[in-house]
Design a protein around this ligand. Sequence first.
Ligand SMILES: Cc1ncc(COP(=O)(O)O)c(C=O)c1O
Length: 401
Amino acid sequence: MPLSNMDFEFYESEDPIWNPALMTIPIPGIRKMVNLASTMDDVIHLSIGQPDLPTPQNVINAGVEALQRGQTGYTMDAGLPELLESLAIYYGERYQRTLSPDNIMITTGATEALYLALTAVSAPGRHFIVPDPAFMLYSPLIRMNGGEVTEIPTRAENNHQLDPQEVIDAIEPHTYGIVLNSPSNPTGTVYPRETLEAIVEEAAYRGIQIISDEVYDHLIYDGKTYPSVLSCCSDLDHVMVVSSFSKTYSMAGMRIGWLIGSQGAIKKLRRYHMFTTTVANTPFQWAGVAALHGGNDFINHMLKEYTARRDRLVELVEQTPHMTGYVPEGAFYLFPSLPEGANGTNIALRLLKETGVCTIPGETFGSSCSNSLRLSYSTSMDNIEKAFERIIPWMEQQDFD
Ligand SMILES: Cc1ncc(COP(=O)(O)O)c(C=O)c1O
């Protein structure tokens, strides 16, 4: 397979120069598929992990104006004061929770916030609980720092809901952290308030940190109210909430995210942040201020668009032989399963080679779902229709017995 040689050299090299901890970083399944797709013509991507809608003009203007005003130096280490203030007000209004700017730190996307939170807590002898499937960063970052992970499997038949009792039962005396991600990448599942409350309450009682990745917190369909961990905890002593502008305002490349926690946690992590990236991108922190003050038109437009695509994708998956779907309530992914025992990686590769539709194999996101595929609907309705005009007849010809 024409994987770039870089992947193999970097990840599987025996070269003693590299810290063995790097071996915990898997070869990204997404890269494999996208690299292969880039060598082919006429590929339809259901593989995209970022919004396809254009960034709102007021956000772009604010970034450009910040550059023109000479806002090109470092900000304070916690972030641009105007953005910290705006976020504190925004979260206060959204979840009726009083936050001060000292509860927030601006990072280089949610990715840096996750990196800081997970690696600052993970250490040899410490145990963490992570849903499976999950966004592929969590477990490797924990393991890289010596921590061990218990993965809690979820299933398409159950809308990939997390059973809070299974999480609680997995807690051990040396458990230090539980990672939550709602809406989830790759499943689009939104955890109900009861699930979060049960886990958050038990974690607080046992002194365990909840690391909650909420980057899709505005991609919630069917008019539902989003249950954030921030609205389910009595204080911030045991929670670190991560989010960003990437998905909400189509700002993924602008790299502005944040971490919310107790003032003590933020104080500690600010020093770590200084040693990691110093500060986040200054002009685009101004773009973020404009995003928060720009009204809800963009978000409403985005929700309307993604809801229509989700509904159509759910119908098409239902019509596809051998695929079990469900109705995802958030994000822009559906994670259908194939028959038990099917090899999702082989299916994804064959699907790409034989039909030109690029999906992401389930095993990219964990060990319990190798018979699944991640389908992204961050692409036009037209592409979704065309993709299934190829997928359905191809699946009709497959025999999984
Ligand atoms: C669940 C999840 N968390 C975090 C990120 C990273 O977000 P950011 O662009 O803010 O670093 C992504 C990006 O795909 C994601 O899906």
